[in-house]
Write a protein that binds this ligand. Structure first.
Ligand code: AP5
Ligand code: ZN
Length: 213
């Protein structure tokens, strides 16, 4: 199965993509996670990406395209979470998947309003050690602000401040919504109401995706 996950920042793409990856045995590729990993390791890519991400803007298509192509060459089934985010990236992906004979089965759009997103993101905490994502309201850690898996103190992402979140939302509207329209024309979009509880979104997604297997 080869899927794309779309949705505004904080819609729950990462939360749901991880569950789908486990259930359907596909690899979850999050371009945001790859960039954050590069930032924390201080690689050349990380140095280039850090300031751009902290402003809520997009890293260049050229960098993102070559990063994703490398992954696609290695994998047969995958979920792309956070890519493509621009029309140029979508065109590049189209060509790459055709060349590699790994065409996309469907694009999942998790739809959530701006106000809900700002609320969710301001309560998001992440484990800097193992990457597990929590929410102080909806997905609380068992112990106060500590990771259930590894006990590390949870942190807030640098780009999760309210003004940056609103900028990321604007960037999404301007650059990524046209990409969704592009996939809608190919009848590949599956829209899910992301305002539901995490478990209900998962249930709906699993039901739809089971018909693909
Ligand atoms: P990226 O990491 O992709 O950020 P994003 O798209 O803004 O998405 P998020 O990770 O914020 O949210 P999510 O939808 O995964 O939500 P989550 O599951 O965590 O990108 C970051 C930056 O990297 C970009 O701004 C850009 O600079 C750069 N970048 C990345 N890809 C790029 C590309 N292709 N091109 C150029 N630049 C790129 O959930 C959010 C919170 O809500 C959590 O706390 C969670 O626990 C909670 N939650 C989840 N679902 C629910 C629910 N149903 N109900 C209640 N709470 C919920
Ligand atoms: Zn952890």
């Amino acid at each position: 199965m080869r899927l794309l996950f779309f949705g505004p920042p904080g819609a729950g793409k990462g939360t749901q993509a991880k569950k789908v990856a486990k259930e359907f045995d596909v690899v979850h590729i999050s371009t945001g996670d790859i960039l954050r990993d590069a930032v924390s390791k201080g690689t050349e890519l990380g140095k280039k990406a850090k300031a751009i991400m902290d402003r809520g803007e997009l890293v260049s298509d050229e960098i993102m395209n070559s990063l994703v192509k490398e992954k696609l060459e290695e994998l047969d089934s995958f979920i792309l979470d956070g890519y493509p985010r621009t029309l140029d990236q979508a065109k590049f992906l189209d060509q790459a998947t055709k060349e590699l004979k790994k065409e996309i089965d469907a694009a999942v759009l998790i739809d959530v309003s701006e106000e809900e997103i700002v609320k969710r993101i301001s309560n998001r905490r992440v484990c800097p050690n193992c990457g597990k994502v929590y929410n102080l309201i909806t997905l609380k850690p068992k112990e106060d602000e500590k990771c259930d898996v590894c006990g590390t103190k949870l942190i807030q992402r640098d780009d999760d401040k309210e003004d940056v979140v609103r900028e990321r939302y604007k960037v999404y509207k301007k650059n990524t919504e046209p990409v969704i329209e592009y996939y809608r024309k190919n009848n590949k979009i599956i829209t899910i109401d992301g305002a539901q509880d995490v478990e209900d979104v998962t249930k709906e997604l699993f039901n739809i995706l089971r018909s693909f297997n």
